[in-house]
Design a protein around this ligand. Structure first.
Ligand SMILES: Nc1ncnc2c1ncn2[C@@H]1O[C@H](COP(=O)(O)OP(=O)(O)OP(=O)(O)O)[C@@H](O)[C@H]1O
Length: 256
């Protein structure tokens, strides 16, 4: 494994010699990869391999047992707390459930981070919340409560909230979980649109193959057994070229 002291210049996030552990229990070792600016990067692998744990490391919620996570050229855990907060404010996160406040309208949900982190006026915030909702196809739903809309719409509203502060990086934890195939496809289309129109770097944890092939520019495959990454690259290329039986089995649902 190579040790990267200086991240490559087109890298937005670089993971260098990363070991992840809960106490003494090591989940993954020797992770080395870069996520390029403006690409959709997929974290994939079987159940329990450590995908969510890796996400927690990328969003600054967990400290590496060993190794570093760089944002641009900044090593996250070597920064002062203030700088870490600044880096994390440039990230938006969409959790599986959409994680909306049920007692607030969609507009109020999207407005919340704007109220917390900006000095904008109430009417500016309201306009911006409406604009963000329109970006995810929810114009006209500002006054609806989460319980009044479908699961797919809730995810999109969660996305509008994650985008409230114009993040450089968007993280998605299993975006298609619990969605029917048509809603899942609509969400994939939306993710692709955001990449094209806003140039946002997008990191997705997923084991939905249709989605992985539809949106992934690059990926890493974590293996639970050997506790390290055993493949990296464009998922469609991996499907064509990987000779690793575990990677092939995952990408072909056990048929390749
Ligand atoms: N808070 C925790 N404390 C201790 N062990 C944990 C904790 N969270 C997860 N683990 C363990 O870490 C390993 C990886 O879990 P993780 O949730 O990251 O995997 P995953 O690939 O996201 O799984 P899935 O696809 O099933 O959601 C599992 O063995 C899990 O039991």
């Amino acid at each position: 494994m190579n040790t990267r002291d200086i991240p490559p210049s087109d890298a937005h996030i670089t993971v260098s010699d990363l070991d992840m552990a809960y106490g003494d229990y090591v989940i993954q070792r020797d992770l080395n990869f870069s996520i390029r600016r403006g690409e959709i990067f997929i974290i994939m692998g079987g159940s329990g391999c450590g995908k969510s744990t890796l996400l927690k490391h990328l969003i600054g919620l967990m400290k590496p047992a060993r190794g570093k996570v760089f944002y641009n050229a900044l090593s996250f855990w070597d920064c002062e707390q203030e700088e870490r907060d600044r880096i994390m404010r440039r990230s938006g996160i969409l959790y599986q459930s959409g994680a909306l406040w049920s007692s607030m309208t969609l507009s109020e949900n999207v407005a919340l981070p704007l109220q917390e982190y900006t000095a904008l006026s109430a009417s500016e915030i309201q306009d911006l919340a409406s604009f963000k909702l329109s970006l995810v196809g929810l114009a006209g739903f500002e006054e609806f409560y989460p319980s009044e809309i479908s699961g797919g719409m809730r995810k999109r509203a969660g996305l509008a909230r994650a985008m409230a502060l114009d993040p450089d990086i968007l993280f998605f934890d299993e975006p298609s979980a619990g969605l029917d195939p048509v809603s899942a496809k609509l969400l994939d289309d939306l993710i692709l649109e955001l990449k094209e129109s806003l140039g946002t770097t997008i990191v997705v944890v997923s084991h939905e193959l249709a989605s992985i092939f539809a949106i992934g520019d690059d990926s890493v495959y974590l293996d639970a057994e050997t506790k390290t990454m055993i493949a990296q690259g464009n998922p469609r290329d991996l499907l064509k070229e990987s000779t690793d039986p575990k990677v092939r089995s995952f990408l072909t649902r056990g048929e390749g």
